[in-house]
Design a protein around this ligand. Structure first.
Ligand SMILES: NC(=O)c1ccc[n+]([C@@H]2O[C@H](COP(=O)([O-])OP(=O)(O)OC[C@H]3O[C@@H](n4cnc5c(N)ncnc54)[C@H](OP(=O)(O)O)[C@@H]3O)[C@@H](O)[C@H]2O)c1
Length: 230
């Protein structure tokens, strides 16, 4: 039986790398992108893997995003739902300059939309599966690493807080609920100076997720499976 994973935010960067990593491991991948650009890397992957890569187009910030994704899944249950999409927010990263539009978009894209989608699509995830959101070590209030990017860090801390609140609302976890730190990775967001390639991070995250199958815990862990303080 093939394992099925939903990867949201798969057009480029880590999301695209995760699509490759799970296809390489023989999983069936449902990849959600805002739009499928012709001749893009994801389009080329779809041509190479017509049976195992299913592309769903949807803006994840939309209120009806879960309905669109659920309809596209046609009842297919998932071993893993991975909410990877994220944005950096305003380049100034200064609360004193924050405007309602850019701050609203940052917290919607990085915190509210992924948790809302996870909650709405949780019924599609098999018991013993994994629901994971791409967080960041910048989310850790205890580590306090986000001095250079406080708004981004706050949005990821809000994501982690929403995950912990959801966990507290559930009498028991039928699946694992993960906040993942991918490492510092060379992508459009991570920049050229980052030490990790997309492939290194994505392969590590694939191993972390695969090891979680069959467990049910809420954890904040990095791409090597190391726990991080909330
Ligand atoms: N890179 C790092 O070092 C690093 C470190 C810690 C955490 N992270 C987190 O890891 C995740 C991936 O980061 P990355 O470096 O790969 O970023 P990236 O290169 O900027 O890619 C972001 C991805 O999110 C998608 N996305 C954003 N908003 C979306 C929406 N409303 N609907 C659909 N897709 C949307 C983008 O799609 P479009 O192409 O349509 O814009 C793109 O595929 C993010 O959550 C990020 O915060 C990254």
């Amino acid at each position: 039986m093939k394992r099925h994973i939903l990867i949201c935010g798969a057009s480029r960067g880590l999301g695209l790398g995760l699509v490759r990593a799970f296809l390489d491991a023989g999983w069936q991948v449902h990849a959600v992108v805002r739009e499928l650009r012709p001749a893009s890397p994801l389009d080329a992957l779809r041509t190479q893997h017509p049976e195992t890569l299913h592309v769903i187009t949807c803006d994840l910030n939309r209120l009806d995003a879960s309905c669109r994704i659920e309809a596209a899944l046609h009842g297919q249950r998932l071993d893993c739902a991975l909410f990877n999409a994220g944005v950096y927010g305003p380049s100034h990263q200064d609360p004193r300059q924050a405007e309602v539009d850019n701050i609203g978009l940052l917290f919607l894209a990085n915190a509210v939309a992924p948790v809302r989608l996870a909650q709405q699509l949780a019924g599609q995830v098999l018991d013993g599966g994994v629901i994971a959101c791409m967080s960041s070590q910048m989310a850790s209030v205890e580590l306090a690493l986000a001095a250079d990017m406080p708004l981004y860090g706050a949005s990821k801390a809000a994501l982690n807080s929403l995950l912990r609140s959801w966990q507290a609302q559930l009498p028991e976890l039928p699946w694992s609920l993960l906040a993942l730190h991918p490492g510092w990775v060379r992508t459009d967001m991570g920049g050229d100076a980052a030490p990790l390639s997309v492939e290194q991070s994505a392969n590590g995250l694939r191993e972390v997720i695969t090891r979680q199958l069959g467990q049910s815990q809420c954890a904040f862990i990095d791409y090597q499976g190391q726990p991080l303080p909330w």
